[in-house]
Design a protein around this ligand. Structure first.
Ligand SMILES: *Cc1c(COP(=O)(O)O)cnc(C)c1O
Length: 373
């Protein structure tokens, strides 16, 4: 009898669903023009300045990257008005999520209780995947009926086991947000102990008046970390740069656990240059807002229910099984995100593309919905 190859928490893991690769779909369909609106990527590409910096960095690819992320750290600290020691960088903010779970949570040891993760039920699936992989207790609190985070219920669910709470704002996949008063009430209720990670992957898309300034909370509540990324509005998903802002002591523990060269040389160069292209960012955000409005209006006219969103994607209820609609879109080379895995079988999520991509999605969806495609 051989022993099981892996423990039960690994055996029962479902891998992250990456969305169908564009090239693969094109090959299957024998077409050359499939579009992907499934991963909330930036349809406008990286900023030309970032591209130029990355091209220059390519020639240095025989070198290890700067392990302390020196230049990007200085530049970003200046941008955010924080001390350089308050920043932790990752291979995407996904790596920081993983570092938080590995550093601050874990299975029960002989002398201590297990320390776990608490979050919302319909939120970024990576929190759950990494918790399970690490053997950490994981608890998810049901959403409000409008599919926004129920902060009161999450606060009420905090117990001895809770080491780390993830609040995603705007929330992926629902697009919902919470306001500063709700967050402050939440923090007062949970007290100073559990680490609260506020995942702001879509922060740049928020209208200025909808921004929480969560970073300002760190001074009063050091066990708070704000997660951001260069993958979405900055258009650098492929080179994997994310960051966290927190108290220097909390950062110092993450820094001990991370791998020494975790952020690539190309990514560091691209992110630093991207920060210098405010015009590009502004254009992306403006185009995203226009695109969202036109997508939501048309979906509504088609009898679907788009949920309010402050991000670069929209979740919508088709009021019938969405699987055939997803498949129909795929057959016409349009990739969106099915929501069955989130327990929302009548929903789809689509991100904003270029105006041409948005129009193509909408006309294809209409044809598929009416059953003549
Ligand atoms: C896209 C996304 C991230 C960022 O992922 P990266 O690893 O930085 O590419 C983090 N959190 C949420 C909720 C996201 O949707």
């Amino acid at each position: 009898m051989t022993r099981p190859l892996v423990p039960e928490n690994i055996r029962s893991l479902t891998p992250y669903p990456p969305g169908k690769p564009l090239k693969e779909l094109e090959r299957e369909l024998g077409i050359a023009s499939a579009i992907k609106l499934a991963s909330n990527e930036n349809a406008y590409g990286p900023s030309p300045r970032a591209l130029e910096a990355m091209a220059a960095a390519l020639a240095e690819s025989h070198r290890y990257p700067e392990s302390t992320v020196f230049y990007l750290r200085q530049r970003l600290a200046r941008e955010l008005g924080v001390a350089p020691g308050q920043l932790i960088f990752g291979n995407g903010s996904n790596e920081i999520i993983e570092l938080l779970i590995r550093t601050f949570t874990g299975p029960a040891l002989r002398s201590e209780p297990a320390r776990g993760v608490l979050t919302a039920a319909t939120t970024f699936v990576v929190y759950q995947l990494v918790s399970q992989a690490h053997g950490s207790p994981f608890k998810a609190v049901p959403m409000r009926p409008d599919l926004s985070l129920d902060l009161d219920a999450i606060a009420a669910a905090v117990d001895e086991e809770t080491a780390l709470i993830f609040l995603c704002n705007p929330n992926n996949p629902t697009g919902s947000t919470f306001d500063k008063a709700s967050l402050e009430r939440f923090l007062a209720r949970v007290g100073p102990d559990p680490i609260v990670a506020i995942d702001e992957a879509y922060y740049e898309f928020l209208a200025p008046e909808a921004r929480l300034d969560a970073i300002a909370l760190i001074a009063h509540r050091p066990r708070t970390i704000v997660l951001r990324t260069f993958s979405k509005a900055y258009g650098l998903a492929g080179v994997r740069v994310g960051y966290g802002v927190s108290d220097p002591e909390l950062v110092s523990y993450l820094d001990r656990v991370r791998q020494p060269f975790n952020v690539s040389l190309i990514g560091q160069a691209g992110a630093e240059a991207a920060l210098d292209d405010a015009d590009f960012l502004e254009r992306v955000v403006a185009n995203t807002r226009t695109g969202l409005a036109s997508i939501a209006a048309r979906l509504e006219a088609l009898g679907c229910q788009p949920y309010p969103t402050e991000a670069n994607f929209v979740l919508f209820d088709c009021h019938k099984d969405a699987a055939p609609l997803y498949e129909g879109l795929l057959r016409h080379g349009v990739i969106v995100r099915p929501m069955r895995g989130y327990g929302l079988p009548t929903f789809l999520r689509v991100n904003v593309g270029t105006p041409e991509e948005n129009a193509r999605f909408l006309s294809t969806f209409e044809a598929v919905l009416k059953g003549d495609a």
